[in-house]
Design a binder for this molecule. Structure first.
Ligand SMILES: C[S@@+](CC[C@H](N)C(=O)[O-])C[C@H]1O[C@@H](n2cnc3c(N)ncnc32)[C@H](O)[C@@H]1O
Length: 306
């Protein structure tokens, strides 16, 4: 298994310490430990059926989409996770006789290993890239693993785990003439969705991994519109300690006093119009195809450089 490392485990552990000090825990820490990965897999399983039709529909178009590629198709997936979705597309490309080189990019060592192992099982040439996709420099380095034309993926609402206004520009900077980007977003349901038990466990998992028990604290969920763009909403989560706590993470101890709050990873949701504007008006991409998912909760867009 080949994995190129731009982001080391030691760097992630140091950033965890800084984030806990700042009482603000970003997205990457919610996929860091085996407990978090398991919790995320349970959340993913909840929507697996509804996103299946999207991926089947993309798979049907895969050969056509990449017909202008001369030679192997480089597939670079930002925030690839366990690559379950990516592999549907990779297998469709292989079935259409395309030679594929797969580059899953992720901060999670465990998920990256799963992605690489899965691709190898499918007899697909794969190089994992352990990188921080919140860093524009890491994004460019990961994208430069191959020359255009490339097929970029950023799916599973990965964009919504970052500030979308900044992140989509970093993504668009990687997309050159001839490249294709497949990207999705969770759509705003109109009225706030109920938070499932699996989602609660996912958000709590970094604390559970650090020895925190369910009654040691509470997670507060809230949603607010983002004033920068009509139709863009931020779903925030905060942990509040119910008693004085000591978190044990990667061999270091961190204290959190009773009543203190820690900001957790957030999710952005969009109206279809806001998502389209973000891709086109804001990031300068052109949408050449759209695939809604069967339950209407996700919109997937196929984009090229505008
Ligand atoms: C919502 S999951 C989506 C995974 C996959 N694309 C899917 O559709 O199932 C987000 C992925 O981004 C990764 N991730 C989160 N923050 C990251 C960061 N700063 N740098 C690199 N990867 C990150 C996580 O490890 C996770 O695999």
């Amino acid at each position: 298994m080949n994995i190129e490392v731009l982001l080391t485990e030691a760097e992630i552990a140091a950033e965890f310490a800084e984030s806990i000090e700042a009482r603000d825990l970003p997205e990457k820490f919610f996929y860091w430990t085996p407990q978090s990965v398991k919790a995320w897999e349970d959340v993913s399983a909840e929507s697996a059926e509804s996103v299946q039709s999207t991926w089947e529909s993309l798979a049907v178009r895969a050969a056509d989409l990449t017909k202008v590629f001369n030679g192997p198709v480089p597939v670079i997936s930002f925030g690839a996770g366990d690559a379950q979705k990516d592999r549907i597309l990779l297998r469709a490309l292989a079935a259409a006789g395309r030679e594929v080189r797969y580059f899953p990019v992720d901060a999670s060592q465990q998920l990256l290993e799963t992605a690489c192992a899965g691709a190898e099982d499918d007899d697909c040439e794969v190089l994992g890239i352990k990188a921080d996709i919140s860093s524009p420099m890491h994004m460019v380095l990961a994208a430069d693993v191959s020359e255009a034309p490339r097929l970029f993926l950023m799916v599973g609402s990965t964009l919504g785990g970052f500030d979308p206004m900044d992140q989509i520009r970093h993504v668009a900077d990687c997309v050159k003439k001839g490249d294709i980007l497949i990207i999705d977003a969770h759509l705003h349901p109109g009225t706030p969705d109920l938070v499932s038990d699996a989602q609660k466990r996912f958000v709590f998992a970094p604390f559970a991994s650090a020895g925190v028990l369910a009654d040691d604290g509470e997670i507060e969920f809230s949603e607010r519109p983002d004033d920068r763009l009509d139709g863009m909403f931020m779903l925030t989560r905060r942990f509040m300690a119910s008693r004085d706590l000591r978190l044990l993470v990667a061999g270091s101890e961190f204290s959190v006093a009773r009543g203190e709050r820690i900001l957790l990873n957030f999710r952005y949701l969009f109206t279809p119009e806001a998502f389209r504007w973000l891709l086109t008006g804001h990031a300068g991409l052109r949408i050449v195809g759209e695939i809604p998912c069967s339950d209407g909760k996700t919109l997937t867009a196929v984009c090229i450089k505008g």
